[in-house]
Design a protein around this ligand. Structure first.
Ligand code: SF4
Length: 264
């Protein structure tokens, strides 16, 4: 994937803006979801995020278009609504997706505008973009990076996402070497990710990094299933949510390999 989502005259394609989020960084946050993704994770619970175009979703109450072009100022106006809460809770705005880096020009403009308003910024990225896209100009406007690690083993990553993880791991190492604040997020899909060998590989990688502040395990849930139906996509994959005992077991495995993880 080296293509780049063309934005509409400086506008960004946004498929959701959620207020009062508590899971996308510190404090109370507004999360801006940008459309388009460079991975195709088999368990994706946001399938509407993957296509870089507006698309029709069907529901019991009718049809609606998912994805709308916003100017940076229009997004900023929404983000500013909650500014009072950011200051009180060390919160801010999180740019998520999809893969927000695919709209990097829009992201750069918007993150600068947020910085000018003293709003703390986080970037939620899966890292499957060219290294040069994490430019100094962009990174100086990003306070925290939420970085996904789907799999360290190359074949497993390919099986999980349809893509190589070479860029993903290179970018992670570079961001760490640049001492960017990192929160790592690891999806736990029973029977697929976080096998005993993978836990060892991920833990080894994390121990080699220098700026990881927190690590989260994200257990699979099936809340995205209805979205596949709404998009008219046949969902052939079926995964099971892990029982609590299994989550605790993975947590212990990471601990035994020197990594403290939190459960998302
Ligand atoms: S990176 Fe995230 S949005 Fe993209 S396919 Fe994977 S789970 Fe879905």
């Amino acid at each position: 994937m080296n293509g780049r989502l063309k934005d509409g005259n400086g506008k960004g394609l946004v498929f959701d803006i959620q207020h009062f989020c508590l899971d996308d960084g510190p404090g109370i946050r507004t999360t801006v979801f940008l459309k388009g993704c460079s991975l195709k994770c088999r368990w994706c619970h946001n399938p509407e995020s993957i296509s870089p175009k507006p698309e029709l979703m069907h529901s019991t109450v009718g049809e609606h278009i998912c994805g709308k072009w916003y100017t940076p100022q229009a997004v900023l106006n929404e983000v500013l609504w909650d500014k009072i809460y950011y200051g009180r809770t060390s919160g801010g705005v999180t740019f998520s997706g999809g893969e927000p880096m695919l709209q990097r020009d829009f992201l750069l403009t918007l993150s600068r505008m947020c910085r000018d308003q003293d709003i703390s910024t986080a970037l939620d990225t899966a890292g499957n973009v060219p290294a040069s896209w994490y430019s100094p100009e962009l990174l100086e406007n990003i306070d925290l990076i939420l970085y996904d690690i789907k799999a360290v083993d190359p074949a497993l990553h390919q099986r999980c996402t349809g893509c190589s993880n070479e860029q993903v791991l290179d970018n992670l190492r570079k961001l760490s070497a640049d001492r960017k604040r990192l929160w790592i997020r690891i999806p736990f899909i029973p029977g697929l990710t976080c096998t005993a060998e993978e836990v060892k590989r991920i833990a080894k990688l994390l121990r080699s990094l220098q700026s990881v502040e927190r690590v989260w395990l994200l257990p699979y849930h099936s809340l995205g299933e209805s979205k596949y139906q709404a998009l008219g996509i046949e969902w052939t994959e079926r995964f099971l949510s892990p029982p609590p005992g299994e989550i605790a077991r993975i947590q212990e495995q990471f601990a035994a390999n020197g990594i403290k993880i939190e459960i998302g």
